[in-house]
Design a protein around this ligand. Structure first.
Ligand code: ADP
Ligand code: MG
Length: 227
């Protein structure tokens, strides 16, 4: 079976101005992500992992180059259109959970679905199913502050996939967790990705976790290279 490219970066450049000097973080980065694969992005701090993920997730504009989601180029699209693609096709998980503190775990997972126009009942049913899948069904009524770090990240992952995106982007999602919890959370993430046939690009410093993914890439000289 020929696998589809769901995310493609070509010739992506990103430069930050710092006083007189220009910091070139991405210098013609190319990368393709296919349906069903999980790719690790492993590179030292400051090399541009977050920058790359934000550009891939249409959260930031590249200075040059193109990002295509599901075969559709994003250059030239209005901000509204980019937001629409981001909401329907891309799930994002951060190192810090970024859950809404005043809402329960269940409500946090319902939120993107309600924004997408699902009914309360539909959103609740799917949120509940996702929580069960992440093995925290019993924690649905708790607010983020009442959850452990591993539980918070599992809720954040469930929220990221709530609208059944094509692509999951995760920026050091287990970076704040102890090794055992990190493994547990990654197991849940992996099972979810495998079961739903999504594609994932996951930045991590954890070489053990990276070894379990399908491919590993790094950022070298502003380019994405396999290793
Ligand atoms: P990583 O996630 O791999 O640690 P980042 O993508 O966060 O790396 O950052 C890459 C480099 O770009 C760092 O040197 C950082 O200081 C710089 N950088 C990131 N965002 C900005 C910004 N908005 N303005 C200036 N420099 C930035
Ligand atoms: Mg980063």
């Amino acid at each position: 079976m020929k696998r589809k490219v769901v995310l493609e970066l070509s010739g992506v450049e990103r430069h930050y101005g710092q006083g007189e000097t220009l910091l070139s973080i991405l210098r013609g980065a190319d990368f393709s992500l296919h349906t069903g694969e999980i790719v690790a992005l492993v590179a030292p701090s400051g090399t541009g992992k977050s920058t790359l993920l934000h550009i891939a997730g249409l959260l930031e504009h590249p200075d040059a180059g193109e990002v295509s989601v599901n075969g559709h180029p994003s250059n030239g699209l209005s901000d509204d259109k980019r937001t629409a693609i981001r909401r329907s096709e891309i799930g994002f998980v951060y190192q810090f959970h970024h859950l809404l503190p005043e809402f329960s775990a269940l409500e946090n997972i319902m939120m993107p679905q309600l924004i997408a126009g699902l009914s309360w009942a539909e959103a609740r049913a799917r949120a509940s199913q996702l929580l069960d899948y992440m093995r925290i069904g019993h924690r649905g009524d708790h607010r983020p502050a009442e959850l452990s770090g591993g539980e918070q990240q599992r809720v954040a992952i469930a929220r990221a996939v709530a609208n059944a995106p094509l692509v999951l982007l995760a920026d050091e999602p287990t970076g704040n967790l102890d090794p055992e919890t990190a493994h547990y959370v990654f197991d849940a993430l992996e099972a979810l990705v495998r079961q739903s046939g999504l594609a994932a690009l996951i930045a991590t410093h954890n070489h053990e976790l990276a070894a379990r993914m399908d491919r590993r890439v790094t950022i070298n000289d502003g380019k994405v290279v396999e290793f």
